[in-house]
Design a protein around this ligand. Structure first.
Ligand SMILES: [Mg+2]
Length: 181
């Protein structure tokens, strides 16, 4: 099967370090909001500022995330699709980091248009943390979405979006689907 994987909020924890960064500036992040309770322009400026520290080289991975991706890569094609090209060093640092962490993948794409990419590649599944992206991906493509449960993506149950605790649950779900195919 073809599986799309988002990086931030799925494999790498950017939110934890970002919250710490803005807390040091006296801002209290709203944990139930993807934008941390900040205006679009404001959050963008803080991200740009934090980006000077090349976060993609050092932000932590989520537990079992890399192992999970590599496990899925044994029997599936992995398409990493990330919007990290919003910043100058996003591409280079991501490549360096994926290599350092020994993440297995078949294709890497930098884009905000994840729905179009999922349709273009004919992805079967997509692993995301943003509810907005999840809805967009399912609307634009045939991919069903595994949404990693986070405080900022809470929503009522909806078709083709499967809420999972972590990457371990994604791996076991996809594994059991494979058994019935
Ligand atoms: Mg994300």
């Amino acid at each position: 099967m073809k599986i799309g994987i988002d990086l931030d909020g799925v494999v790498y924890d950017i939110i934890g370090p970002f919250d710490k960064f803005i807390k040091e500036k006296g801002i209290t992040p709203v944990e139930t909001e993807y934008n941390r309770g900040l205006e679009k322009e404001v959050i963008r400026n803080y991200f740009q500022e934090m980006n000077k520290q090349n976060p993609f080289l050092w932000i932590p991975t989520f537990k079992y995330a890399v192992e999970g991706v590599n496990k899925l890569a044994e029997d599936n094609s992995i398409f990493i699709i990330t919007h990290r090209d919003w910043c100058e060093n996003g591409r280079v640092d991501t490549l360096k980091r994926l290599e350092k962490d020994n993440v297995r993948f078949d294709y890497l794409s930098f884009t905000k248009k994840k729905g179009e990419k999922a349709a273009h590649f004919g992805l079967d599944y997509f692993i995301e943390d943003s509810i907005v992206n999840a809805r967009y991906i399912k609307q634009m493509s045939k991919a069903d979405v595994f949404l990693i449960d986070r405080p900022y993506n809470q929503a009522d149950k909806e078709s083709r979006i499967f809420r999972v605790k972590d990457m371990r649950e994604v791996v076991s779900s996809i594994g059991s689907i494979g058994n019935y195919k």
